[in-house]
Design a protein around this ligand. Structure first.
Ligand SMILES: O=C(O)C(=O)C[C@]1(C(=O)O)C=C[C@@H](O)C=C1
Length: 250
């Protein structure tokens, strides 16, 4: 994204990313829980002791690092220790964020939230042996959530540029609570929750040709999607915003 960032265009990006998140949850819901995917050592991969999903995420992100994915300030790896240097010339991504923000990566928290809180809410019990496909879907969900939540850095940058004096005072005082209060907009949060619920209804509706069906079924419970945003996505985005602002004058 070029400089000349506005709150409107940052919010537009967040709205587009809602589609990606809802679709990735719908894709994951095609498979049941498939719990062996999450059991350490289950896959019995030589030289590797973690779970199958960890293996897929580590390997995929290592490949992506060789083609420069993490040179973009919008991307955050789940296993930063596991990356390889890019084999391609630098893409010259515009660096619109303050460099001190590069150190902020809350993917450990996102990983924990996704597997321990969110997945049990929407994955049905069961095992259909599609372990690789399930892990690939988890990776898509994790990446979409991570990108959205870390986009808080861009939101914070715009808010800081729009009101440098108000934010500057609180940043110099390192007042975390006051920063959180200043950046929060409850009316927007309400709209986000209602919109993602509506998207889950629109995108996840089972379409039949039989017009007599009275009960509409959804692939992912729209209420779970709204709850995901209320309890985790927006609070974690705000956490990233605060962390970024605290470093903005470094
Ligand atoms: O749109 C904003 O102003 C944001 O800061 C983003 C966001 C969100 O995560 O959607 C977070 C905090 C605000 O209270 C409202 C919405």
């Amino acid at each position: 994204m070029a400089d000349g960032l506005t709150l409107e265009c940052v919010r537009e990006s967040l709205i587009r990313q809602e589609d990606t998140i809802v679709f990735s949850l719908i894709e994951r819901s095609n498979y049941p829980m498939n719990s062996p995917v999450y059991v350490e050592g289950f896959a019995d991969i030589p030289g590797f002791t973690g779970s199958l999903v960890e293996y897929v995420v580590r390997k995929t992100q290592a490949v992506h690092s060789t083609v420069g994915r993490y040179e973009s300030q919008e991307e955050h790896p789940f296993f930063p220790d596991n990356l390889l240097p890019s084999l391609l010339p630098s893409y010259n991504h515009p660096k619109v964020l303050h460099p001190a923000g590069d150190a902020i990566n809350i993917n450990t928290t996102i990983w924990d939230m996704y597997f321990n809180q969110l997945l049990p809410l929407f994955a049905t019990e069961g095992d259909d042996s599609n372990y690789a496909q399930t892990a690939a879907c988890d990776l898509e969900c994790l990446q979409a959530l991570s990108r959205r939540i870390h986009y808080g850095k861009y939101v914070a940058e715009v808010k800081f540029k729009d009101s440098p004096d108000d934010y500057g005072t609180l940043i110099r005082a390192q007042d975390r609570d006051a920063l959180m209060k200043l950046l929060t907009c409850e009316a927007i949060e309400e709209m986000v929750k209602r919109r993602v619920e509506k998207k889950a209804m629109a995108f996840g509706q089972e379409v039949t040709l039989n017009g007599t069906d009275k009960e509409v079924k959804y692939k992912v419970d729209p209420f779970v999607v709204s709850r995901l945003y209320e309890e985790w996505v927006m609070p974690l985005t705000k956490l990233v915003e605060v962390e970024y602002l605290l470093r903005r004058l470094d």
